[in-house]
Write a new protein. Structure first.
Length: 267
């Protein structure tokens, strides 16, 4: 394995601006759009994002690829079901509290023949570049794979990925947070909001649910049969009640409280 502490180089000029992807966070097409940008940067064939913490098992945030549909996702599912515990990068995790790390791994670094077959030979992959981060008890892994028959990641590509790593981690984390909230039904969101603010009136709840599902003020107004200005009034009252100031804070509260509720049911 080739292990490097990520030090974002100041001289890299070919790192793309990914700001245009912010409006797509939480959408089903976001992983493919992000993969398209990353592939231009380093020529990867698969892009997989995973996360784990002390309360939940490792999970696939998203997995996308060029070529056959969902191949990366199927490979990632095999990885988390059978092989991730034997990944040699696990030995590096205790070092992640102070710095992010990038690791290049080839099939030669894998001791298990089945692991090599499932995650390299069968999907026709030759090399993996992993970006690893641990923050607040959550371990994030971004895996970028090269296809068979292509050259190894070049130094220029490694520098470019290092220059973009902070943005990649931030985008993936926010996408995961928003997508997780979006999978909740209105009834789930209503229950979660009432747990945070039992006295919240129905219209404030309706507006917050719309915001959590990514609706604009105009769309919320249309669905509720009220004016956009009235939506803004209810939003302001709800935010004051919840002691927050933005949609991002609302999503963070719902995500945190919903995760805590889920863990409580498991105990």
């Amino acid at each position: 394995m080739d292990v490097q502490v990520i030090r974002r180089p100041h001289h890299v000029s070919h790192v793309p601006d990914l700001g245009h992807l912010i409006s797509e966070l939480g959408d089903v097409d976001f992983p493919d759009r992000l993969f398209s940008e990353v592939r231009k940067l380093c020529g990867c064939a698969h892009f997989v994002a995973l996360a784990s913490d002390q309360h939940e098992p490792i999970k696939v945030i998203f997995a996308t690829n060029e070529g056959p549909a969902r191949l990366a996702h199927a490979t990632a599912e095999k990885y988390i079901a059978d092989h991730w515990r034997y990944d040699p990068v696990n030995a590096l995790l205790p070092k992640l509290q102070s710095a992010d790390v990038s690791v290049r791994t080839t099939p030669r670094d894998i001791g298990s023949g089945q692991y090599r077959r499932d995650c390299y030979s069968q999907p026709k992959l030759s090399e993996r570049l992993s970006l690893l981060r641990r923050r607040n008890g959550i371990t994030s892994r971004l895996h970028l794979y090269r296809a068979d028959g292509t050259a190894s990641f070049s130094e220029r590509e490694l520098d470019a990925v290092a220059g973009l790593s902070e943005v990649l981690f931030a985008l993936v984390a926010k996408h995961s947070e928003i997508a997780r909230v979006h999978t909740n039904t209105p009834a789930d969101l209503r229950q979660c909001l009432l747990m945070m603010a039992p006295e919240m009136p129905r219209r404030e709840l309706d507006v917050c649910i719309g915001i959590a599902h990514g609706q604009t003020s105009e769309a919320i107004a249309l669905s509720l049969g009220i004016s956009a200005n009235t939506v803004l009034t209810y939003r302001k009252r709800a935010y004051t009640r919840l002691r927050i100031t933005s949609a991002n804070e609302l999503l963070a509260r719902i995500y945190a409280d919903g995760s805590a509720k889920t863990r409580a049911r498991m105990l």
